[in-house]
Design a protein around this ligand. Sequence first.
Ligand code: SF4
Ligand code: SF4
Ligand code: FES
Length: 501
Amino acid sequence: MLTVNIDNKEIEVNDGALLIDVMLKNGISVPHFCYHEALGPDGNCRMCMVEIEGQKRPQIACDTIVKDGMVVRTKGEKIEKVKRGILELELINHPIDCPVCDQAGECKLQEYYMEVGLYESRLDTPKVKAKKHIHLGSEVMLDQERCVLCKRCVRFTQIYTKTDDLIVEKRSDHSVITTFPGEKFENPYAGNVVDLCPVGALTDRDFRFKKRVWFLSHGNGICMECSRGCNLRVGHDKAKYQDDIIYRFKPRRNDKVNGYFICDHGRYSYKKENDNRLFYPFFKGEKIELQDSMDKLKAFLDKNSLVIVSPSLSLEELAYIKVWTSKRKLRLVTSLKEYIDESFEDNLLKTKERASNINATKLLDIEVVNDLEETLLEYKNIIIFSHKIAEQNFELLKDKKVINFTTTSINSDKFKLSIPIASTYEKAGSYINCDWILQKSDKIVQKELQPPTILEILGIIEDEYIDENRVWQKYLNQSPIFSDINLTLLKSDGYQLERRK
Ligand code: SF4
Ligand code: SF4
Ligand code: FES
């Protein structure tokens, strides 16, 4: 360990650490555009200047390795003048777009101007003009005038996806970000450049102008679209007289799972949470009250039924359904073939398992049927907790007596009984990803007509109060696999379970 002194604060650091990392980790403000922890230093923006004792000129913190006894200053007339000068240079050709820019509210240029700038413009020549609202490809829009040429977007396609989709064209103050002539920026991870862009030069075509960011609240969720279980910040808002709506998914850093990024498929899967939602039960094609659906469900349960679960239900739901089916002497199965998609997998984050909790079904020893069609032929009465399985086996199911627990209104009037349930971000739960990391997803959204969770419905049927914490106390903590785990204390980067086959 070494000791450095930054703004009169003694800090212990590891040998070889970058000064900018030390400052960021210790909450010391250091303006920076080109440096990003995921991409490393580039040294092109000069925003991260600091004064280092013994050095004649200010140095950039992003390319400085700390030394024992180093004395660093970020405040004082001299260094603040340097920082203001660099910011002034960045702003010379920057348009006055803040009122109409989608980045406003989370723009680093705005923040730094408020922090270290605050000067009157000395410019009396016209600003250099460039192209605005260019559709680069994927969902990415570019405004060349707002770009500070930090090259984070370019380096993302060089370092992370290794596709070299973006380049800097022309020279000096005519330099612009673009693609190769005739090429589009079609990249399954494209949305990450919008997150990396520190200003409003790259914006998300899907999100822009839908919601001002300061109206959004964010909760911690897990992506359901494959078994990686990438960590998400779920941005949602309940405007006056409107329902609570999810507007975007952003990546949440977890070095053990997804690092800083997510794929575009996962990013835009938030739409499923808003579209075609089912809020009322349907019985034989007619809308009925929730209480009536509970009575019909109770009557149905006496019969010999097959229960099919989705491998994307939460661990708590799967565990309780297992307890419940064994008490009711019902056969419980899942099917995986509906959830395997070889074409989805890549060597970055995406896996071929298109469900978030397959490993939980393995740990709970839930029977996997390889030929679901054959199994379905054996039963007249089916209880199904999987929209995907219901959809993909619709032809076989439509002549049977099916109780369909679902979040979506699609085909819900075609089954004997469809019961609306809370979607992923309307309930709390945990998921075990492809690397056996147990992760928690919070209850984030509360709808006006909030459908009940599966646990609430089964609790009504069994006449007991049950929620995810009680499932842990009563059942999961009794198993040696989960005996040490306290769900409420589970850290945001998850808990590594022992790996199994
Ligand atoms: S578009 Fe954004 S990320 Fe790319 S160089 Fe310009 S400012 Fe940086
Ligand atoms: S890689 Fe998988 S878990 Fe991650 S964002 Fe994409 S679909 Fe979601
Ligand atoms: S952040 Fe250090 S030079 Fe850009």
